[in-house]
Structures are given as C-alpha cells and as structure tokens.
Design a protein around this ligand. Structure first.
Ligand SMILES: *Cc1c(COP(=O)(O)O)cnc(C)c1O
Length: 357
C-alpha cells in the first residue's frame, strides 16, 4: 500500500511494531511517566507558555473540537467561526448543538481570510474565534498571526484546530497568542487513529475551571485533574499513546518540530515540482506543507482516485460533497519519501498514456 491520503497515513516501523505489542495495564507509574513526557514534548513542539496544560482525549479529532467548544465556551459567549470548508463547518455544527452563539466567516473555497474580511468584526463584542488553521478539505492554510493579532486587539479567546497542520507548518502558540491548539494521532504524528490532543493556555484553563459543563466523557476538568499525575479519567487508547510517545521522542531526537516540518516541506515541494506538465491545477491560494489540493482539468477527481486505488494500489485523498468530482488531494506526511512521489507521478503518467486523464 502506498498512502498519500490525509490520515490515517503510513506509520514508520517503530510505531508499527508498538502496534503489534500487547497493550499494558495503565494505572502505573511507568505509564504516567510516558504521559507526562508526552505532555512536555507537546508543549515544547508548539512553544506553549509554561502555565499551559495538555489533555489527551481518546476519540478522534472531532471529539477534541467538541470538548473545547463545550468546556471553554458557554451560551454567554459570542464567537467567530471561520467556515471555509467541511472542517470549519463542523465547528459551526458543534456550536449549534451546544447553543453557543456565533457568526460564520465564509471565505470562498480555496481562499484565505484577509484583513479586510475581519474589519467588520472589530470591537463588536466577540469573545472567541474558532479556526481550522489548515482547512484540510480545501487545502487552505490561514494566517495564524493575522488571526492572532485580531484576537489580541479584541480580547478574544483564540482556538486553533491544527489537526492537519501540527508538525507540517510552523506553529508557535506563544508567537500567535493562541489559547487552544488541537491536534490528532493520525495526521502528521502518523500513528493509529483514536487519540486527539488539546493544549490549553492559562486563560483557556481558567475558563474550563469556571465553566459548568454537562458531559462526563468530555469533561476537561476531570481530564486535567488526572493529567496532573499523568493519568486519564477513563481507560485511554494506551497503545496509541505509547506510539505517540515513540514518535514524539524520535522527532525530538532528530532535531525537533522544525526538522520534521522541513522534511514535510521538502516532500511537498518535490511533488509540486514533479506535477508540472500534468493536467492538474492547484486550487488553493495559500497552501500548507501537509497536502496539495488539485483540480484535474481532463477527468473526474473521484475516477482518478478509484483507478489509482484499484489498479495501482495507491491511495490519494478523494473529496466529498460538491467537490467530489472536481478536487482530489495528495498528502505529504506519514512514512513517505520522494521516491514515493516518483511512483505516484509514474502512475499519473500511465493513466495519461491510457487516455484516462
Ligand atoms: C482530520 C481533521 C479533523 C478531525 O477529524 P477526525 O475524523 O475526527 O479525526 C479535524 N479538523 C481538521 C482540520 C482535520 O484535518
């Protein structure tokens, strides 16, 4: 299998071998030590202020998106939500379910949020902003600094879903003044799906402690209390947390977050160079290193996805909804090399020879 999707992606051998081991009992000092180390490396990799805390939720990325909305905000808030694709739209749906008032900012597909678009929301009493900093469905990377400055001027709580951007793009929680950063196990961390991670600033923590939240499983108060000693309220996905530990340690040993980001950037640049001449158009004005969103000009995107999967054993990432036939995405993270890019390009050229694209 050669997997260029946006998660789950291919894991390295070290992570794979942990997946084949027995899952240990977890109410032990040994497991607590792993969790405390996971917290400390996570904080280092996003440059979180000292007083920040990290919570590991057993649940995919959406569980942490919902946990953040429920625990950090209340119906007394008034949020801005960047809704530029399916992940941004998911934040609006979560706000609807939990009766959190919001206004959606809706940049055109493939476009970023500009200072002009933000202007009308200055000094209007908004208390928080939710953004998927890399809107994975369209491949647009928003400007974290621009949004951060806007939040700072307006004294707003700044929530970044960086699920597909963490370790692919430069992200500095202190520099951009973020209060919450969310990521997940199956994107650039390239582990099995099932764990999502929330980094909370001091201000976000204060909101959590003062908030009345009606949930048991996603209650961040009990998660935070347990996290103090490296534990979780309920049985976590122990095996995945051990995989995450191996990955975080390995990345740290290899030079840290910036080295991993450079590696993915090279992988993306290599691919973007090699597709020149193929009948594909890049459809985002501001891209993450994580993936390249492409519009095939001569064939259906979904047909190309199916042919690569069924005839070549190569997975690219299809799109859903009204982008199904017009856009596919090629990911640049997981255990991929530039030789793998060559294999994919050769398959594209073969399809071209056959008249399929
Ligand atoms: C993958 C992803 C998620 C989480 O999706 P799950 O399927 O719940 O893991 C959320 N936001 C973004 C931007 C993503 O790329």
């Amino acid at each position: 299998m050669l997997n260029f999707t946006v998660g789950p992606v291919m894991s390295d051998d070290e992570v794979l071998s942990i997946g084949g081991e027995q899952v240990p009992y977890f109410r032990t000092q040994e497991f607590s030590d792993i969790m405390l180390e996971n917290e400390s490396i996570m904080k280092e990799f996003v440059n979180a202020p000292d007083a920040s805390k990290v919570v590991f939720i057993t649940g995919s990325g959406t569980a942490s998106m919902e946990a953040v909305v429920m625990n950090v905000f209340s119906p007394k808030d008034k949020l801005l939500v960047v809704d530029g694709g399916s992940f941004g739209h998911r934040f609006t749906e979560i706000c609807d379910i939990h009766h959190i008032p919001y206004t959606a900012i809706t940049p055109k597909r493939g476009h970023t949020v500009t200072p002009e678009m933000l202007q009308q929301y200055e000094s209007k009493g908004y208390t928080g902003l939710l953004v998927n900093i890399h809107e994975t469905s369209t491949g647009v990377l928003y400007d974290a600094k621009l949004l951060g400055e806007f939040c700072q001027r307006n004294n707003m709580v700044y929530v970044i879903d960086a699920i597909s951007s963490f370790l692919a793009d430069h992200l500095d929680m202190t520099e951009v003044g973020a209060d919450v950063i969310i990521t997940g196990s199956q994107k650039v961390l390239a582990c099995a799906p099932g764990i999502s991670i929330i980094v909370l600033s001091e201000r976000a923590l204060k909101r959590v402690w003062n908030n009345e939240t009606k949930t048991m499983y996603l209650d961040l108060k009990s998660a935070l209390k347990n996290a103090e000693r490296g534990q979780t309220p309920f049985t976590p996905a122990v095996g995945i947390l051990r995989q995450i530990n191996a990955r975080l340690r390995r990345i740290k040993k290899n030079g840290g977050a910036s080295t991993e980001i450079s590696k993915i950037k090279l992988q993306a640049e290599d691919f973007r160079k090699k597709i020149i001449g193929l009948p594909f158009e890049i459809v985002s004005e501001s891209m993450s290193n994580a993936l390249t969103p492409l519009h095939p000009t001569t064939a259906s995107a979904h047909e190309i996805f199916l042919k690569l999967k069924d005839n070549y054993g190569i997975w690219i990432c299809p799109n859903g909804g009204d982008m199904k036939d017009t856009i596919f995405r090629v990911g640049h993270f997981g255990a991929l090399t530039t030789d793998d890019n060559d294999t994919l390009i050769a398959a594209f050229k073969d399809l071209q020879l056959k008249g399929d694209i």
